[in-house]
Design a protein around this ligand. Structure first.
Ligand SMILES: Cc1cc2nc3c(=O)[nH]c(=O)nc-3n(C[C@H](O)[C@H](O)[C@H](O)COP(=O)(O)OP(=O)(O)OC[C@H]3O[C@@H](n4cnc5c(N)ncnc54)[C@H](O)[C@@H]3O)c2cc1C
Length: 406
């Protein structure tokens, strides 16, 4: 049967383009359909939205040709401080990249630079077709093809359909894949700050009673992005304040080391929910990134987790193709599911428990977390494990995340 492409990806956010580039490198043809018109997002100025990319994610981005396009725009994270803003005697964990041999634990990169690099790389790749501003409204899976229908009525078919369409994945819903999850009653307030003192590559996670406040260093030394989790009603009230009142509410939570601070980016809010698809694979269909698992941004792991899916699915599919297997067959796609579902579920639930433990004023939990943080700080072996985990250097990594082509 004739198909429009080997693989059809619904969703051109971040994981969709990364997967398209990885698959094209393996010789497969890919069509990416994204509802949002590409120029809309690519032409944004500085808005403070940024990602913490783990070492393993940087390796994948290098192999698929994205890293050279963004290398001069990243801020290395040289140390991570974790402080307990909710207890009377704040405990502090300091992770220093000097403690592992791989170099900086992670890199901050703004959304607009990463997205622009993906767009340019896809445009230069003759195996990739991007249809932006097109919405998928229907899909049909048969023994030989996956076919989607666009709002315009146009139909496209492929051997494999991949849902990279985010937390409310229509691809999963249309395939009857249910999701489990819950809200946290929290909303993340996201913006960027200018600060007088140089951040020296320091990221800080401050655990406040209502939720964590993350300070993430941006290039140049004097800007940081913040992700500030608050209870829903409080967050809505803070978001409705003018800039001066917003800053006055935020300032008491910020570390004194920053000196004078000003707001320096657009102000966004994101509702915080945990969502896990009950399956990551079905005949001729796979789910990747937030479509498979939406986690709490407490450790900035959402995109890193998605890029691990990208590495695993690309490897499974490219190796199956080389062996002459049908890349849409369920036994092939179950290899991907076995590889990724356990890791994603453990991480999602891990973030969930950390959030519950820290978003709390219960004195026993407060004491427990103080002791736990003191203990981790005192034991170098345990500290090293935490640092390696934050850097995404676990075992059983897909080749792309180990920096090797497939
Ligand atoms: C406040 C906050 C801070 C974060 N910070 C970090 C961080 O520091 N580090 C990190 O690793 N992660 C972070 N994350 C998580 C990260 O943003 C997400 O994991 C990542 O953006 C998910 O990418 P995705 O491509 O899977 O999905 P999305 O970015 O949600 O993209 C989905 C795409 O699918 C398209 N789409 C949907 N439906 C259709 C349809 N029917 N037809 C066509 N197209 C469709 C949409 O237009 C969209 O472009 C953060 C998240 C939040 C909320």
């Amino acid at each position: 049967m004739e198909h429009d492409a080997d693989i059809l990806i619904v969703g051109g956010g971040l994981n969709g383009p990364a997967l398209a580039l990885a698959l094209a490198q393996g010789g497969l043809s890919v069509t990416v359909v994204d509802a949002r018109p590409a120029p809309d997002r690519a032409e944004l100025g500085f808005d403070g939205r940024a990602y913490a990319l783990a070492i393993a994610s940087r390796r994948l981005l290098s192999v698929i040709g994205i890293w050279p396009r963004v290398a001069d725009k990243v801020q290395p994270m040289l140390r991570i401080l974790t402080s307990d803003g909710g207890s009377r005697s704040p405990a502090r964990l300091a992770f220093d990249s000097a403690e592992i041999e791989e170099g900086p634990m992670g890199f901050m990169l703004e959304d607009r630079h990463l997205y622009r690099a993906f767009l340019d790389a896809m445009a230069e790749n003759s195996r990739i077709t991007l249809l932006s501003g097109e919405t998928v409204t229907g899909q049909e899976i048969t023994p030989t093809a996956a076919t989607v229908t666009l709002r315009s009525g146009r139909q496209l078919s492929a051997r494999l359909l991949v849902g990279c369409d985010g937390r409310a994945s229509g691809t999963a819903a249309r395939a009857g894949i249910r999701r489990q999850g819950w809200g946290y009653g929290q909303t993340a307030l996201v913006t960027a700050l200018w600060h007088e003192a140089d951040h020296d590559g320091t990221a800080e996670q401050i655990f406040l009673p209502a939720g964590p406040l993350a300070l993430l260093p941006l290039p140049g030394g004097h800007h940081s992005s913040i992700v500030w989790s608050e209870r829903e009603a409080t967050a809505a009230a803070i978001q409705s304040l003018d800039d001066a009142a917003y800053l006055a509410t935020l300032r008491p939570h910020l570390p004194a080391r920053l000196g004078e601070v000003k707001l320096a980016g657009a102000r966004f809010t994101y509702p915080l929910t945990l969502t896990l698809a009950e399956r990551f694979a079905a005949p001729r269909l796979a789910l990747v990134g937030d479509a498979a698992h939406g986690v709490h941004p407490i450790a900035g792991q959402g995109l890193n987790l998605g890029l691990r899916d990208v590495g695993a699915l690309a490897q499974v599919v490219i190796e199956a193709q080389r062996r002459g297997e049908d890349i849409g067959a369920i036994d092939v796609l179950e290899r991907y599911q076995r590889w990724r579902r356990f890791d994603a579920t453990t991480l999602a639930l891990g973030m969930d428990s950390v959030n519950r433990l820290f978003s709390n004023t219960n004195p026993i939990l407060t004491l427990g977390r103080g002791l736990g943080m003191g203990l981790v700080n005192a034991l170098p072996g345990l500290r090293r494990r935490f640092i390696r985990q934050a850097a995404g250097l676990s075992d059983d990594l897909p080749k792309l995340l180990a920096g090797q082509p497939i």
